[in-house]
Design a binder for this molecule. Structure first.
Ligand code: ZN
Length: 174
């Protein structure tokens, strides 16, 4: 079942996630729920904190393209080993609905991580998937992509962000 996505400015999005230490059936269940939540929302990636679980785990559609979403990849405790190149393209976040802004990120990344069994490996990504993994690692550190937007652009975002803050306050009163 898809789970509700934590929406900005929920303070959980600013918290640092803890390393994954338990690799068992519960983690696999959580990864499956995250994949379902991500696909239900048409996302390319999702960090565990986005469904309220403060652990360093993420899922991503590994062979993502517009027609074929391919296999989902779950990574635990990812650490960037190398980054190369720069690219500035528009980015969004399932936790910040309807906000899209250009963000500069590395074009290629090499990442050390653990799979759902706890086995360590090294993965390489480029383009959209490199951007996605860097975005999800930011989530694990309590950072949002809007913080990477230059101040002059952030002025244009203010209205949209204020609306989300208003919605959040209303929802919290229910
Ligand atoms: Zn996000």
């Amino acid at each position: 079942m898809p789970r509700p996505i934590v929406i900005y400015p929920d303070p959980r999005l600013l918290q640092k996630s803890k390393p994954v230490t338990q690799f068992g059936p519960e983690l696999k269940l959580l990864a499956a729920e995250m994949t379902e939540t991500m696909r239900d929302a048409n996302g390319v990636g999702l960090a565990a904190i986005q469904i309220g679980e403060a652990i360093r785990m993420m899922v991503m559609d590994e062979h993502y393209d517009a027609e074929d979403k391919g296999e989902s990849l779950a990574l635990c405790n990812p650490v960037v080993l190398d980054e190369d190149g720069k690219e500035t393209i528009e980015e969004g976040c399932l936790s910040i609905p309807d906000v899209r802004e250009e963000v500069e990120r590395s074009y290629k990344v090499r990442v050390k991580a653990q799979d759902l069994e706890g086995a360590e490996g090294v993965w390489e990504f480029e383009g959209l998937l490199a951007r996605c993994i860097l975005h999800e690692i930011d989530h694990m550190n309590g950072q949002l992509f809007i913080q990477k937007v230059p101040a002059v652009r952030r002025i244009f975002l203010k209205k949209q962000l204020d609306q989300l803050k208003k919605n959040f306050k209303q929802a919290a009163r229910l």
